[in-house]
Ligand binder design. Structure first.
Ligand SMILES: Cc1cc2nc3c(=O)[nH]c(=O)nc-3n(C[C@H](O)[C@H](O)[C@H](O)COP(=O)(O)OP(=O)(O)OC[C@H]3O[C@@H](n4cnc5c(N)ncnc54)[C@H](O)[C@@H]3O)c2cc1C
Length: 445
C-alpha cells in the first residue's frame, strides 16, 4: 500500500513528500524497485537519522518497520538472524536474558537493523569493538536488478563495505545475520566524574580502554569554560547488582519511558535552563559517583523521554556530529568556542573517543575525537555549520551523514576520500540510479 506523506528525520527539519510503501514483502519491494520512476526508491527504518538520509522527495520510501521477525537465534554460538526492521531494543530483549549482547549499540534502542547497517553505527566503545559492520556476518540485499543477493564480507567485500555506511544507496537490506558478544549480567558499573577543562576531559576519555568498557563525556557550554561529566561504564559482576535483581542477573530491565515535559523553546534556550539541564549531575553532586545501572539506562538515556525531539518546537533541531584526528585538539577547542558563542544555545554536547577507521567506504568512524552538538534550527545556524564544516575538513576530519542535514557536496568530497570508490560500486550495482535520497542528491553521492 502507498500513501503520499511528508517525512522528516529525527531533527524534524525540512519535510519532503514521498510515496510511502508500507507492509511490503520481498516481492512487493522488488516490484517497487522495478517500477521506480525518475525519483527512485529508498528504504526507511525507524526514522532516527537526524537529517534527510531517510527522505526521498517525490519518490518512493519503503517503510521497513513492519519486518520485525527474529528468524533464528543460535544461543550456543551467539549468532542471530533477523529481519531488517527489528530494532536494537527487540534484539536486546531477546538475547540479553540468554547471556548475549549486541557488541555495538547506538544512543537509541529504537534504531532498526537496516538503519544500523546503512549508517554503520558506532557506540561508546568504538575503540574496543569497532563499528556495527565488524559484527555483521551477512545480509540479504535487494539490488536494483530486482535480485536478492546474500552478501558477506569474504565473498562480496565490495558490496558489503559499500552497503555498511552506504546510507541505503546500494539497495534494500531485507535480513541480516549478526554476531553477538557474551554477557555476564545485564548491568553496568558506571563511574561518573565531574571534570573542568577540555584537556582533562580528553585525558579521561583516553584512559578508558579495557574490554567491555564504554565511555562518553557530556559537555556543558553554558559557563565561560568547558566543563563536563565523564561517564565510564564496565560490565557489573553479579555481586555488584542490587540485591533484589541478583536472582536474575540477566533480566533486561528497561526504565519505564516518561512523557517529555512541554518546554517552550525560549525557556529551553535560556542559559539558566541549559546550565540546569547539563548540571543535573554537577550542581551539589560529589566529584565522583559510582552507580550500578541496568544496561539500557546507560546505553540509551534519551529513550527515557518519549518524543524528546519535540522540545525544540515546530522548526525542529539540528545535530552536528564530526570527528577529527587525535592530534586536532586545537580544532576541537575552536569548535567548542564557536558552539559556545551560538546565540540560540547548544543544549546537548557529547564527546567520545573513536578508534581506527572501519572498512565501510562511507563509514563515519576514524581514529579521533567525535563531538555531537544539538542546536535548535534557526537562520543563524547556517553560517555556524559552514564554519564548523570548514574547520573539520581542514583538520582532516568528517561529518556523520546519519546526523547531517546541511553539509555541502564540496565538503563531502573533502571529508570522505573513498567517495569515488563508493560511487563506482554504486554505478555497477545500480546503473540507472534507482536508489535515491534527499541526502544523496544534496551531497552528489
Ligand atoms: C537519540 C539518538 C541517539 C543516536 N546515537 C547514535 C550513536 O551513538 N551512534 C551512531 O552511530 N548513531 C547514533 N544515532 C543515529 C542512528 O543510529 C542512525 O541514524 C541509524 O541509521 C538510524 O536507524 P533507523 O532505523 O532509524 O534508520 P532511518 O533513520 O530510517 O534511516 C537511516 C538510513 O538508513 C537507511 N536504511 C534504513 N533501513 C534500511 C534498510 N532496510 N535497507 C537499506 N537501507 C536502510 C535509510 O535509507 C537511511 O539512509 C542516534 C540517533 C538517535 C535518535
Amino acid at each position: 500500500m502507498t500513501t503520499v506523506k511528508p517525512l522528516t528525520g529525527w531533527g524534524r527539519g525540512v519535510p519532503t513528500y514521498a510515496r510511502i510503501l508500507t507492509g511490503a514483502d520481498d516481492a512487493m519491494l522488488a516490484a517497487a524497485v522495478h517500477d521506480a520512476g525518475a525519483r527512485g526508491v529508498l528504504a526507511r527504518g525507524a526514522g532516527r537519522a537526524y537529517g534527510d538520509a531517510a527522505q526521498n522527495s517525490g519518490g518512493v520510501v519503503a517503510d521497513m518497520t513492519h519486518r520485525t521477525r527474529i528468524l533464528h537465534f543460535d544461543e550456543a554460538d551467539g549468532v542471530i538472524r533477523a529481519e531488517a526492521g527489528v530494532t536494537m531494543d527487540a534484539l536486546l530483549r531477546t538475547v540479553v536474558p540468554r547471556g548475549w549482547c549486541l557488541p555495538v549499540v547506538p544512543g537509541s534502542a529504537h534504531v532498526t537493523v537496516g538503519g544500523a547497517i546503512a549508517s554503520d553505527i558506532h557506540g561508546k566503545n568504538h575503540r574496543q569493538s569497532g563499528g556495527f559492520g565488524g559484527h555483521v556476518i551477512a545480509f540479504d540485499l535487494l539490488t536494483a536488478d530486482g535480485q536478492v543477493r546474500e552478501v558477506c564480507p569474504a565473498a562480496a567485500p565490495e558490496t558489503f563495505w559499500a552497503t555498511l555506511g552506504g546510507m541505503g544507496l546500494t539497495g534494500i537490506v531485507l535480513r541480516a545475520t549478526l554476531r553477538l558478544a557474551r554477557l555476564r549480567t545485564a548491568w553496568a558499573t558506571v563511574l561518573q566524574r565531574r571534570i573542568a577543562g577540555l584537556d582533562a576531559l580528553l585525558t579521561g576519555l583516553d584512559a578508558a580502554q579495557g574490554p567491555g568498557e564504554h565511555s562518553v563525556a557530556r559537555i556543558d557550554l553554558s559557563g565561560h569554560r568547558v566543563r563536563g561529566v565523564l561517564s565510564h561504564a564496565r560490565p557489573a559482576a553479579s555481586a555488584d547488582i542490587p540485591p533484589r535483581y541478583r536472582a536474575e542477573p540477566l533480566a533486561y530491565v528497561a526504565p519505564r519511558p516518561l512523557p517529555c515535559p512541554p518546554l517552550p523553546g525560549a525557556l529551553l534556550m535560556r542559559p539558566a535552563t541549559l546550565a540546569a539541564a547539563n548540571g543535573v549531575l554537577r550542581a551539589g553532586a560529589p566529584l565522583v559517583t559510582s552507580r550500578v545501572l541496568p544496561l539500557p539506562a546507560f546505553f540509551f538515556p534519551l529513550d527515557r523521554l518519549v518524543s524528546w525531539n519535540r522540545v525544540y518546537g515546530r522548526h525542529g533541531f539540528v545535530q552536528h556530529q564530526f570527528v577529527v584526528p587525535p592530534s586536532a585538539v586545537d580544532a576541537l577547542g575552536t569548535a567548542l568556542k564557536l558552539l559556545a558563542a551560538e546565540p540560540g544555545g547548544v543544549p546537548l554536547v557529547v564527546l567520545k573517543r573513536l578508534g581506527p577507521r572501519d572498512a565501510g567506504l562511507l563509514s563515519f568512524p576514524m581514529d579521533g575525537w567525535t563531538l555531537a552538538a544539538d542546536m535548535p534550527a534557526s537562520p543563524s545556524l547556517a553560517p555556524l555549520l559552514g564554519r564548523l564544516d570548514d574547520l573539520v575538513a581542514r583538520a582532516g576530519g568528517r561529518v556523520y551523514l546519519a546526523k547531517d542535514s546541511c553539509l555541502s557536496a564540496r565538503h563531502m568530497a573533502q571529508m570522505y576520500p573513498r567517495l569515488p570508490e563508493f560511487q563506482e560500486i554504486r554505478r555497477t550495482l545500480d546503473p540507472q540510479g534507482v536508489f535515491r535520497s534527499d541526502l544523496a542528491r544534496r551531497l552528489s553521492l
